[in-house]
Design a binder for this molecule. Structure first.
Ligand SMILES: CC(C)(COP(=O)(O)OP(=O)(O)OC[C@H]1O[C@@H](n2cnc3c(N)ncnc32)[C@H](O)[C@@H]1OP(=O)(O)O)[C@@H](O)C(=O)NCCC(=O)NCCS
Length: 164
């Protein structure tokens, strides 16, 4: 059965933190290095929705399977038509089509806000994420070498951009 895609609420914060903190502690995919507390996750959801920007969850039989959200790219005013997009799935839910449905819904919600450009920031390597972005029309526009340092090694970052 296809997952339900809906707007996140602060009550999801525990599940969002559980999923996200896996990527914080076990992978280079998030550049955060300390687990995000549930209360901080709730604050982030509230702040994003108040912008207003989308924060969506995919829910499978009552369980949060993953989430995707938008953030402002930079705070200076001329950047106001640019959003940064992010997506994280429960590792147990990867490869079932949730990512494509959730990210498509996120892009549609961003488009509805008259945003002109979306940027996905990908810590490399990450072939599934690159492929997902390119499947949705994003094109690589920048590559920064060795800008992250996590788990005792340097990490490159690529930017993928979608003009809406
Ligand atoms: C990236 C991610 C969201 C993809 O979600 P998913 O549910 O596994 O992806 P889907 O099953 O919906 O597949 C959608 C597309 O993603 C790409 N993809 C997914 N898994 C892939 C894999 N193992 N290898 C290459 N491409 C893959 C493909 O383009 C696929 O389209 P296709 O099925 O037509 O080939 C998921 O793997 C994830 O959460 N990864 C960890 C967190 C992460 O990397 N987030 C992005 C940070 S920039």
């Amino acid at each position: 059965m296809a997952a339900l895609i809906r707007t996140a609420n602060k009550g999801d914060a525990g599940e969002l933190a559980r999923i996200y903190n896996h990527y914080v502690t076990a992978t280079h995919m998030s550049f955060e290095t300390e687990k995000v507390p549930v209360a901080e996750m709730a604050r982030r959801v509230g702040e994003t929705l108040a912008m207003p920007l989308p924060w969506l969850v995919a829910e499978q039989t009552g369980q949060v399977a993953g989430f995707a959200f938008a953030a402002r790219w930079k705070s200076r005013d001329a950047y106001r038509y640019v959003a940064e997009s992010s997506i994280y799935l429960d590792p147990a839910m990867i490869g079932c089509g949730h990512g494509l449905r959730l990210y498509t819904a996120l892009i549609d919600a961003i488009r509805d806000l008259s945003v002109h450009s979306v940027i996905g920031v990908i810590a490399l390597p990450n072939e599934p994420s690159i492929s997902l972005h390119e499947r949705l029309g994003f094109r690589k526009c920048a590559h920064f070498e060795q800008v992250g340092y996590k788990h005792d090694r340097w990490i490159d970052v690529g930017y993928w951009q979608l003009l809406l």
